[in-house]
Write a protein that binds this ligand. Structure first.
Ligand code: T4K
Length: 397
C-alpha cells in the first residue's frame, strides 16, 4: 500500500507490483477442459476449415445472442473487412475516431475512406447529429462502435441510415455479453463484429465473429470468409482466408464456459475500484447501467488535470513506475494516426469531444489476473498521487 507521496516509485519508493500488471491480461478459463478439447482435435486430425469446434462455437454464440447467424473468423479486424464487403460498402463510411485503429483500418484497407465523426461526451460513442453533418453523396454506410461494451445510440443511427439509404453495422469488439434495451448485442444493424482477441474477456487466443439476422449478409460473409468457396471446387465470389482454427474455437468454447464467472469477477472489481477511487477530485470512473447486461471488461477513468492536480499522462507515468500498466485507450485518436493524419490533417477541427477524451481517458487493469487486493493497492497509489500532485509535478519538472 502507498500511504505517502514519498512512497511513490516515481519519487524513489519501491514499485507496488513486482511483476507488471496489464490491462488486457487474458482470462484463461478451465485449463483441463481446454486440454481435453485440444487432445480431441489432435486425435481427429481436423485442425481447421470449419471443423466441429468452430461449428459448436458458432452455434453457442448464435444461441446466446439470440441471433440467426454467426460466422466465426480469425480476428475482428478481418471480420470487419468481410462484413464491410458483404454489405457492399464503398466510397465513404462514417466511423468514430475514438476507437481502436482497427475500426478505421478495416475500411481504409479496402480502399474506403473512413470519415471520422465526433462522439458524445457521456457515452464515448458516435454522435448521430455529428454523423448526419458528414453524409455526402459518396457516403454508403455507418460503422458504430459499442465502446467499452456500452452500445451506441442504435435507434438514432438506424433512423439516420434509413432516412439516407445507408448501410449500418457495428464494431462490437468490446460488447460480447452486453445488452441494449433488453436485447443482446449481436442482432443490431445489418451486421455486428465481435473480437475474441486474447485481451477480450472471452477469448480465442485470436478470434472474432460476424453476427447478423440477414440471410443474405450471412451467405455472403460465409463465402468471403473461405475464399468464396460455395462447394467442392466451386468458387462463386472473391474471398479471403478469414477462418477460425479449431484450437481458437476450443479456447473460445472453454472461455464461454467461464463467462458468467468472469463477469461476476469483473463486476466485483469495478465496484472495488469505485469504492477505492470515490471522492478523488478530478477523477471519474465510467458508469455502466445496472438495468442492462455488461461484461465490465473495461475500467475507464477520466482525469481532469485542473482538479486532480496531474494530467492523465502524468498519472500514467506514476502508475507505470509502480509496474501498473494503465493504458491511454484510445489516445491519440485514429484521425491523428497514419495514414489519416496525412490524408486529412484538419479532421481534428470537427472532433472536439474526441480530442478532449483522448487527452483524459485511461483504462485500468481488470479480469481474472487482477484481485480485489490489487485494486486496493491501485487505489492507494492514485490517492497518494492526487494528494502529492504538487510534489510529483515539482519533482518531474
Ligand atoms: N475494434 C475495437 C474497438 C477493438 O478494441 C479491437 C481490438 C478491434 C476492433 C480489433 O480486434 P482484433 O482484430 O484484434 O480481434 C490490444 C489488442 O491487440 C486488440 O485486439 C484490442 N482491440 C486492443 C484494445 O488491445 P494493444 O495494442 O493494446 O495490445 P498489447 O499487445 O499492448 O496488449 C495489451 C496488454 O495486454 C499489454 O499490457 C500486454 C497484455 N497481454 C497481451 C497479450 C496479447 C498479455 O498479457 N497477454 C497477451 O497474450 O491491442
Amino acid at each position: 500500500m502507498k500511504t505517502t507521496t514519498q512512497d511513490l516509485a516515481l519519487l524513489g519508493g519501491a514499485p507496488a507490483f513486482k511483476a507488471p500488471v496489464h490491462v488486457g491480461r487474458p482470462n484463461i478459463g478451465g485449463r483441463a477442459r481446454l486440454l481435453e478439447r485440444l487432445n480431441a482435435i489432435l486425435d481427429s486430425r481436423w485442425l481447421t476449415n470449419g471443423g466441429p469446434c468452430v461449428q459448436e462455437f458458432e452455434a453457442r454464440i448464435a444461441e446466446r445472442l439470440n441471433v440467426k447467424h454467426c460466422i466465426a473468423v480469425c480476428n475482428a479486424t478481418v471480420g470487419l473487412e468481410i462484413a464491410v464487403r458483404a454489405l457492399d460498402l464503398s466510397g465513404e463510411v462514417v466511423v468514430p475516431s475514438f476507437t481502436f485503429v482497427a475500426t478505421a483500418h478495416a475500411l481504409q484497407w479496402l480502399g474506403i475512406k473512413p470519415v471520422f465523426g465526433d462522439v458524445k461526451r457521456e457515452t464515448h460513442a458516435l454522435d448521430p447529429q455529428a454523423v448526419e453533418r458528414l453524409i455526402t453523396p459518396r457516403t454508403t454506410g455507418i460503422v458504430g462502435v459499442h465502446l467499452w461494451g456500452n452500445p451506441c445510440d442504435i435507434e438514432a443511427l438506424s433512423d439516420l441510415a434509413r432516412r439516407h439509404g445507408l448501410r449500418l453495422m457495428f464494431d462490437a469488439a468490446h460488447a460480447f455479453g452486453c445488452s441494449h434495451a433488453g436485447r443482446m448485442i449481436g442482432g443490431f444493424g445489418e451486421a455486428e463484429v465481435f473480437s475474441f482477441h486474447a485481451t477480450k474477456f472471452v477469448n480465442c487466443f485470436e478470434g472474432g465473429a460476424i453476427t447478423t439476422n440477414s440471410d443474405e449478409t450471412a451467405r455472403r460473409a460465409r463465402l468471403m470468409q473461405n475464399f468464396g468457396f460455395s462447394g467442392y471446387d466451386q468458387v462463386e465470389c472473391v474471398g479471403t482466408n478469414g477462418k477460425m482454427s479449431e484450437i481458437s474455437a476450443a479456447m473460445g468454447l472453454t472461455s464461454l464456459e467461464s463467462m458468467e464467472q468472469i463477469i461476476r469477477h469483473n463486476r466485483r472489481l469495478i465496484e472495488a475500484y469505485r469504492r477505492e477511487l470515490a471522492g478523488i477530485a478530478g477523477l471519474t470512473v465510467l458508469e455502466y447501467p445496472l438495468a442492462e447486461r455488461r461484461n465490465y471488461q473495461y475500467v475507464i477513468v477520466e482525469i481532469d488535470a485542473g482538479r486532480f492536480g496531474l494530467s492523465r499522462d502524468q498519472l500514467v507515468e506514476v502508475l507505470h513506475a509502480e509496474n501498473l500498466l494503465a493504458r491511454r485507450y484510445f489516445y491519440p485518436g485514429c484521425h491523428r494516426m497514419e495514414p489519416y493524419r496525412t490524408l486529412e490533417p484538419d479532421a481534428g477541427r470537427r472532433l472536439p469531444v474526441t480530442e478532449w477524451l483522448c487527452d483524459r481517458v485511461m483504462a485500468l487493469p481488470t479480469g481474472t489476473a487482477v484481485s480485489g487486493d490489487d485494486v486496493a493497492v491501485i487505489g492507494s497509489i492514485i490517492r497518494a498521487a492526487s494528494r502529492g500532485a504538487d510534489e510529483v509535478r515539482r519533482r518531474r519538472a
